[in-house]
Design a protein around this ligand. Structure first.
Ligand SMILES: Cc1cc2nc3c(=O)[nH]c(=O)nc-3n(C[C@H](O)[C@H](O)[C@H](O)COP(=O)(O)O)c2cc1C
Length: 349
């Protein structure tokens, strides 16, 4: 029986710990925050259909993703600026994820260098990419990620530019050195505007990144089956169903609702990962039964980091994984691979 703290309690501790301006930055959504509010509840629109009288003495959360064996299907989502939450920043996050057996995805907007994160990683890690207006800067950072040992790239497709974020108009307490730790060396005296996201990206960007890096490229932010297909046809190695934590376009379909359509369109050709409002093993189990190969969690990792550094990140991720392990057995299966759509049904009413 898992004994870890519920994420709501880690969240409450993080709120006490962080300055209000930082807390608002973490918690905010876009627009009227409708997508932010709906994300968690949407998982509860599904009900489970467990099997009985199955031998579940040997349950395991082990899973395979892009040919790599992982101890857990729970991944740390890319989130920016970890040094505003804890002095050890992304070094604590990658160590905590590794200690929990979780894959770590580093944000383009990290406050620790790509090289330092690569050197600290003990489990596979991915690099999230925002493509900058000055392509040479993204090119250089991607090549550094390859050199540092990243196993895949995550191209964020839902951010042609940043959305209006309802609660985070004020500047974060972050010095320029930390904020620019990866990009500064490539600026060569150019204006900071060359670091803005390139709003001209198309599906051709996928192949460009794959050719440049030799790594599999997953596209993050997909909410439609037809988009998933176009991305795969353009060379994507995986799809991440995401609303960016409700921080980009508001009033979008919740990921718990979009996931089946995307899984059907992908038809087993590539892995599908989902994030948004995943806060318990029940949410993970539901996502896996709907056809996701893995899930990512964003804010909960930040809560763990803010409250207890690497140990806090480890406890959040390991707690979720333990909970999934426990629920798999109660649902009558011994591994994530045994779950399928027959294990879920929409809640009536
Ligand atoms: C504070 C914060 C910063 C984020 N930064 C990034 C980022 O740099 N790149 C990115 O692709 N997504 C970013 N995201 C989105 C997350 O990767 C993820 O999609 C989202 O947090 C999942 O929802 P959850 O927080 O409910 O788990 C960020 C989210 C938050 C909350």
């Amino acid at each position: 029986m898992p004994t870890s703290r519920p994420i709501a309690s880690v969240r409450a501790a993080a709120e006490e710990q962080l300055p209000p301006v930082v807390w608002d930055y973490v918690e905010t959504g876009a627009g009227a925050e409708i997508s932010l509010e709906e994300a968690e509840n949407a998982w509860q629109h599904w009900r489970l259909r467990p099997r009985v009288l199955r031998d579940v003495r040997a349950v395991s959360t082990r899973t395979t993703l892009l040919g790599q064996e992982l101890a857990s299907p729970v991944i740390a989502a890319p989130t920016a600026f970890h040094r505003v939450y804890h002095p050890e920043g992304e070094l604590a996050s990658v160590a905590g994820a590794g200690a929990a057996g979780s894959l770590y995805c580093l944000s383009t907007r990290s406050t620790t260098s790509i090289e330092d994160v690569g050197a600290a990683a003990t489990e596979p890690w991915w690099m999230q990419v925002y493509v900058t207006v000055a392509r040479d800067i993204t090119e250089a950072m991607v090549l550094r990620a390859v050199e540092a040992g990243a196993c895949a790239l995550v191209l964020t497709g839902d951010t042609p530019y940043l959305s209006w974020r309802t609660r985070s108009a004020r500047a974060l307490p972050l010095d320029d050195e930390a904020a620019m730790v990866n990009a500064a060396r490539h600026l060569d005296g150019r204006d900071l505007r060359c670091l803005e996201e390139d709003a001209g990206l198309t599906v051709e960007t996928i192949d460009w990144l794959a050719d440049l890096s030799g790594l599999p490229v997953l596209v993050k932010g997909v909410l439609r089956g037809d988009d998933a297909r176009e991305c795969l046809d353009a060379g994507a190695a995986g799809i991440i169903v995401s609303t960016h934590g409700g921080r980009q376009l508001d009033r979008v379909v919740p990921t718990a609702q979009a996931l089946p359509e995307v899984v059907d369109a992908v038809a087993g050709e590539a892995p599908v990962v989902v994030d948004g409002g995943i806060r318990s093993g029940y949410d993970v189990l539901t996502a896996l039964a709907l056809g996701a190969d893995a899930v990512m969690v964003g804010r909960p990792v930040i809560y763990g980091l803010a409250t207890a550094g690497a140990d806090g990140v480890r406890d959040v991720l390991a707690g979720l994984t333990d909970h999934v392990n426990h629920l798999l057995g109660l649902a009558g299966v011994t591994s994530p691979a045994e779950l399928d759509r027959s294990f879920v049904t929409p809640r009536s009413g």
